[in-house]
Structures are given as structure tokens and as C-alpha cells.
Design a protein around this ligand. Structure first.
Ligand SMILES: NC(=O)c1ccc[n+]([C@@H]2O[C@H](COP(=O)([O-])OP(=O)(O)OC[C@H]3O[C@@H](n4cnc5c(N)ncnc54)[C@H](O)[C@@H]3O)[C@@H](O)[C@H]2O)c1
Length: 452
């Protein structure tokens, strides 16, 4: 096997593949990086000025690397690139299965498996195949099996190199990762990949483990993060009932170095494409190995998240229906600084509001509201309007429901907005980011999550 990786191919030009490969190309000018995807429109967007992924700092990196040592090409042009690659990253989606064994919980590995078949068909080897997608533990067995059935005799080593970036801070996370994790069985392959990261990541932050530990560590890390959100959200409801303040409680708990301050912000709940599906995958694995106690524990983390969304939506609906039944939704993205609304809490909350007969006025800083509305499961377009700015969205609204912590919502001029709202307007601050005093003195009723 080659000791040095000089040619990389990444299959999957999504929220992980695109930014990760852009940073590798930026930090490793000696390595040529090719990103391929089935989705031709996505590849075209990566080759344009309107990138398909919004992340602070990403556009600048793509601008200086694209055409130098970074290129985006369609799957049909990918075979030659795979044949020459020293390493191929698999960075495709691993959603929850919707049918068959484990439907509703287990990860759907069909996209990963089709990548493995594509690599087996075109690689001339020796090739390092790297799981960048989040996989259930022992998924590498399946990949190895598919690769070894290839007809052209390429030789392969499989590594697990799960990605820990968070959307919204992807570039910072990639440039200064807390850790890079490489799991594998072949020391030469592990060190070849470590050498790529050593271009900019300190050696001490490059962790090596066995394959199965690496696969499981990614699921465990996301489960721990989701668990913290559910823990503080469970406390937020108790704060509201007892007139305690969840930010004060979080500050005190987080000052304990054993707990730490991060990920203790009460909210309408976690969203995004990963936490729920990775928790479900973990629950499925526990059940598969007949570990019912651990399965129930992680299910509880998901249950609190659903409960938190439901109770806040119910409060907003109840208030809106006292007036004209109009709710302005401020924020559709699952968090700030991203245009991603996959599994956004806003989806379930909007569905619940529509089901309770409320009309919605949607606004977000980066998400196209019409695009979002197409994903509202309810599909009842009646009673949904879209706005580019906050003021027109709030016009005539009985309740303003803040669902994303975009900075611009924290600095809204409440007195200026008050007169255009409905008769008895309330703000439901699902992120606890606004200046409550300013909003109350402007005339609004104010509910902030976790504030008594
Ligand atoms: N989004 C995140 O914040 C994040 C963070 C860490 C890990 N992950 C994991 O990374 C993986 C990818 O996530 P994402 O958010 O980038 O997904 P995504 O849906 O944004 O991108 C996946 C891309 O893969 C392409 N694709 C699917 N099958 C293909 C195939 N056979 N050949 C070529 N292209 C194919 C799709 O067209 C799509 O563009 C998932 O396993 C996810 O759990 C995601």
C-alpha cells in the first residue's frame, strides 16, 4: 500500500463532504481532491457562486481552492478519478430506514453500500476507503464484504473517520477540531490518513482506535450531546413552574468542571439531520443486542425532545386563538448560521400549529420559506404565507414564535414592531434570546423558555 495519500476522492457533496474536502484542499496544497455526487444540480451549484451549503467562511475557501486542487464533478465522470485515487471518502447520507428490518430506527446503509459497489467496480487499488458518513457499529464489515467482491482485484483497507463538525460552525470545527478520530486495523493506512490531517491538526488531537470503537464513538458523542439538550430542557419546564431561571441554573451547573458550560442552553429542542437519526440508530443497536435498559434510556432523550416541542407549540396556539389565530414563525433553520432545516423543530411545531387551526407567517434569514413549506408534512398550504423580513411577517400576528437563535431576532426593535402586530400580541421565545424587559415594556406578553 502507498504510504502517502496524494489523490483523494470524496463521494457525497453534502453538508459534510463539501466543507470537509474544501478544508482538506485548502490545508493540503500537495493533495488533489475530487468531490463527486449523484446529484448533478448539487455539483453544478458547487461549481457556481451560489454554493448549495451556507457556512460562514466556506465560500472564501472554495473560491481559493476550486480549480487549484479541488474539483467537483458528477458521478458519471467519477470512475477515472476513483481509479487513480489513493483514498476514497464515503460521505453520503445514512438516514433512518423507512422500510424493511429495523424500519423507523436502524440506519439505511443503501447509499453507502452503493458507494462501496462503485468503488469496487472502478478502483484499481491499493485504495484506502474511509467511512466519513456516520455508521452503525460494525458497518465496516459490510463495506469490506462488498469491496472484496470487486471483479478487478483492487486491494482495500477500510478506515472509520467520522466527522464531528457542527453545522453553523463547520469551517471553524474543521480547521480547529477538538479531535480527529481514525479507527482501523491496518497501521499503514491509519498513518497515511493521519498524515493528511497533520498538515494542520496537532498530532495530539489525532486519536486512533479500533474500527468498532470509532464507529460507536460517533453515535455515542451525538447521543451525549442530545442528552444534554434534553436534560436542560427537562429542567427548563421545572424552572417555568417554579419561577427559577434556566439560564441561571445552567450557569451554576456549567461552572462545575465535571459538567462544563457548553450545550446547556434551553430551547425548543434539538433538530438537524443527525441527532434524532443517530439516537434511533443507537436505540436500534441496543435492542438488537437485547439491551432493553440502555435502549429505554436513550429513547427518553428523544421523548423529552418531542415533548418540549409539543408543549411550546400548544402554548403559542392557545394564545393565538384568543385573537385572530395568526402566528409568525421567526426561524426555520434548525440552528443559526445554516440554511439546513432537515429535522428542524420548526417542522413539527408548524405542523402542530396548522393542525390546531392556526395560520402561519414564515420567515428565516437563510432558509427559503417556500422550500421549507414544501416539507411541512401536513402539506396544508392554506394558511401559510412567506416573508423575507421580520416586520411584514409580524404584521397582524397574535403570536411571534422564535424558533431559531438568529442574532437578528435578539436585536428586534420591539416598540417599532408592537403597533403592527395583532391586538394582544405575545412573543414565545423558544431560544430565550430576546431582551424580555424591552419587549414587555413595548407592550408584548412574553414567554421565554425556562424563565419563570
Ligand atoms: N450534517 C452534519 O452536520 C453531519 C455532521 C457529522 C456527520 N454527518 C454524517 O455525514 C453523512 C453525510 O451527511 P450530510 O449532511 O453531508 O448529507 P447530505 O444529504 O447533505 O449529503 C449527502 C450527499 O451524498 C449524495 N449521495 C448519496 N448517495 C450517493 C452515491 N451513491 N453516489 C454519489 N453521491 C451520493 C447525495 O446526493 C448528497 O448530495 C451522514 O452519515 C451524516 O450522518 C453529518
Amino acid at each position: 500500500m502507498k504510504q502517502r495519500i496524494l489523490k483523494i476522492v470524496c463521494i457525497g457533496a453534502g453538508y459534510v463532504g463539501g466543507p470537509t474536502m474544501a478544508v482538506i484542499a485548502d490545508r493540503c496544497p500537495d493533495i488533489s481532491v475530487t468531490v463527486i455526487d449523484l446529484n448533478a444540480a448539487r455539483i453544478a451549484a458547487w461549481n457556481s457562486d451560489a454554493l448549495p451549503v451556507y457556512e460562514p467562511g466556506l465560500a472564501e475557501i472554495v473560491r481559493r481552492t476550486r480549480g487549484r486542487n479541488l474539483r467537483f464533478i458528477s458521478q458519471t465522470e467519477g470512475a477515472a478519478a476513483i481509479a487513480q485515487a489513493d483514498a476514497v471518502f464515503i460521505s453520503v447520507n445514512t438516514p433512518t430506514k423507512t422500510q424493511g428490518e429495523g424500519a423507523g430506527k436502524a440506519s439505511d446503509l443503501s447509499y453507502v453500500e452503493s458507494c462501496a459497489r462503485y468503488i469496487a467496480e472502478h478502483a484499481t487499488g491499493p485504495t484506502i476507503v474511509i467511512e466519513k458518513s456516520t455508521m452503525p457499529v460494525r458497518a465496516a464489515d459490510t463495506i469490506k464484504r462488498i469491496l472484496s467482491s470487486g471483479k478487478n482485484g483492487g486491494s482495500f483497507h477500510v478506515l472509520s473517520n467520522p466527522e464531528f463538525l457542527a453545522e453553523g460552525t463547520a469551517i471553524r470545527d474543521l480547521e480547529k477540531p477538538d479531535r480527529v478520530l481514525i479507527g482501523g486495523e491496518n497501521p499503514t493506512a491509519i498513518e497515511a490518513l493521519a498524515a493528511v490531517y497533520r498538515h494542520w491538526v496537532p498530532e495530539a488531537a489525532i486519536l486512533r482506535t479500533g474500527l468498532w470503537s470509532a464507529e460507536l464513538s460517533k453515535l455515542a458523542a451525538n447521543a451525549f450531546l442530545a442528552q444534554r439538550v434534553s436534560s436542560i430542557n427537562a429542567i427548563s419546564a421545572l424552572c417555568e413552574a417554579t419561577e427559577a431561571d434556566v439560564d441561571e441554573v445552567a450557569g451554576v451547573c456549567g461552572a462545575d468542571t465535571r459538567i462544563g458550560p457548553k450545550f446547556l442552553k434551553a430551547s425548543i429542542g434539538f433538530g438537524g439531520s443527525c441527532f434524532k437519526k443517530d439516537l434511533l440508530s443507537l436505540i436500534y443497536l441496543c435492542e438488537f443486542y437485547q439491551l432493553s435498559g440502555p435502549a429505554a434510556y436513550w429513547q427518553g432523550v428523544l421523548d423529552i425532545n418531542e415533548w418540549q416541542k409539543r408543549r411550546i407549540a400548544a402554548m403559542a396556539a392557545e394564545h393565538a386563538k384568543l385573537g385572530g389565530g395568526v402566528v409568525a414563525i421567526l426561524g426555520l433553520a434548525f440552528k443559526k448560521n445554516t440554511n439546513d432545516f432537515r429535522e428542524s423543530p420548526a417542522i413539527d411545531i408548524c405542523n402542530q400549529l396548522l393542525a390546531s387551526g392556526v395560520r402561519l407567517r414564515l420567515q428565516d434569514e437563510r432558509v427559503d420559506a417556500k422550500d421549507f413549506a414544501a416539507h411541512i408534512v401536513d402539506q396544508r398550504k392554506v394558511g401559510v404565507e412567506f416573508f423575507a423580513d421580520v416586520a411584514p411577517a409580524a404584521d397582524g400576528a397574535d403570536a411571534l414564535l422564535i424558533l431559531t437563535e438568529w442574532d437578528c431576532y435578539a436585536t428586534i426593535d420591539w416598540p417599532a414592531l408592537f403597533s403592527s402586530c395583532g391586538k394582544n400580541p405575545a412573543i414565545f421565545d423558544g431560544r430565550a434570546i430576546i431582551d424580555r424587559r424591552a419587549a414587555i415594556s413595548a407592550g408584548f406578553k412574553v414567554y421565554s423558555v425556562g424563565k419563570g
